[in-house]
Design a protein around this ligand. Structure first.
Ligand code: FAD
Length: 341
């Protein structure tokens, strides 16, 4: 069965979610596809428990809380989500529409497509050493899904970027021990986090280690920890119950890279008037797009989603005159939002 629609949004991160809202205000219905099993993109997948401080009018907002608030805001539009599916195919049809297909075989015949696919389908860089695969999910993790579960445990955190340092600081004092392992002496994380971590290491309450992971070892049939080789070639056996690998995501634009869009270093060039790409009818908002001065921030994506919605409306209904209306005073918008007059 092919679903006929005006818009398919690829990616249910914060920008894709707000895109639903902006389209809804203009009475445009969308279907949303995401390869993850839940909406929220990077916020839910990479840093759900962390506070965000630069969302306008919300001085502090947890990343998952932001996603939950966005989900609440789009409720009036009853949007259909197709989760756990990756868009694998896009074809331009002769009548100027688009045919999309997902990894689960869902097909769409749509007038427009909005890419809000962020970094592409998520793939954390994995720990590829002997024996590691068997312990993934139980003792080797690529995100902290439940910070409470590591209380009192011995941890190894791998990485030198913001995620590794932030989690080392966050879990310090909760875990029984933390060994932070980074292959280089220099860190990519914020200098303030690095200096906090260094002072904990100097006080002896966190172990800082430089070297490369060689293997996983077992202890009496259970997970034992990691064998790590330092810069002098010495092997060290570091015991741990849980290992968190924060080596970043390998951005995988996947099939999107093959759709003939004008790309700049694997990001999609857009016209900032309406966030349309080089292919009329395909728009791009959020981290996936680029233009002079682009900043990969959630608030930039929100602005882009508002203008893309107007762009979509003009594309679908070129004959209609679009009038800007305020949500405060517009009866028609109140009706769309389900607000009783
Ligand atoms: P994403 O959140 O990346 O979501 C894209 C979605 O598209 C994903 O769910 C992915 O699965 C899906 N997808 C991709 N390809 C396909 C496909 N082919 N088919 C189906 N689905 C697909 N920003 C701020 O503004 N303030 C902050 O304080 C802040 N802190 C951050 C802290 C960390 C640790 C990190 C990693 C990022 C932070 N950011 C912050 C950046 C912010 O999270 C991103 O700018 C934002 O998530 C981008 O939203 P998005 O909707 O464009 O993309």
């Amino acid at each position: 069965m092919t679903i006929n629609t005006d818009v398919v949004i690829i990616g249910a991160g914060p920008c894709g979610l707000f895109q639903i809202f902006e389209l809804g205000l203009l009475d445009i219905k969308a279907h949303v596809v995401d390869s993850l099993k839940q909406p929220g993109g990077q916020c839910s997948e990479l840093y759900p428990d962390k506070p965000i401080y630069d969302i306008p009018a919300l001085p502090i907002c947890g990343a998952q809380e932001l996603v939950d608030r966005l989900k609440q805001q789009i409720k009036p539009f009853n949007t259909k989500f197709h989760l756990g599916q990756t868009v694998t195919r896009l074809e331009h049809t002769e009548d100027g529409r688009f045919l999309l297909e997902t990894s689960s075989g869902t097909r769409f015949d749509t007038a427009t497509v909005i890419l809000s696919a962020g970094l592409g389908a998520f793939q954390p860089r994995r720990l590829r050493v002997k024996g590691a695969e068997a312990w993934e999910g139980s003792n080797i993790h690529y995100k902290v899904s439940n910070a409470g579960a590591v209380v009192g445990k011995d941890l190894i955190i791998l990485g030198g970027g913001d995620s590794a340092l932030d989690w080392a600081l966050e879990l310090h004092g909760k875990a029984n021990s933390i060994t932070l392992v980074h292959r280089r002496v220099e860190y990519r994380a914020q200098p303030a986090s690095v200096s906090k971590m260094k002072s904990l290491a100097a006080s002896g309450t966190l172990e800082e280690f430089h070297g490369n992971v060689r293997a996983v070892f077992e202890s009496e049939g259970a997970f034992g920890g990691l064998d790590i080789v330092d810069h002098d070639g010495q092997q060290h056996r570091v015991h741990a119950e849980q290992v968190f690998v924060f080596w970043g995501l390998s951005p995988n634009l996947g099939p999107i890279a093959d759709w003939g869009l004008d790309l700049d270093k694997r990001q999609v060039n857009v016209n900032t008037e309406n966030f349309q790409t080089s292919i009329p009818g395909i728009f791009a908002v959020g981290d996936i797009n680029t233009y002079p001065g682009k900043k990969k921030l959630i608030l930039s994506g929100f602005h882009e989603a508002a203008l893309a919605a107007f762009g979509v409306q003009k594309y679908i209904h070129p004959e209609q005159k679009v009038r800007l209306q305020y949500t405060t005073t517009s009866p028609i918008m109140h009706k769309r939002l389900g607000i009783e007059e």
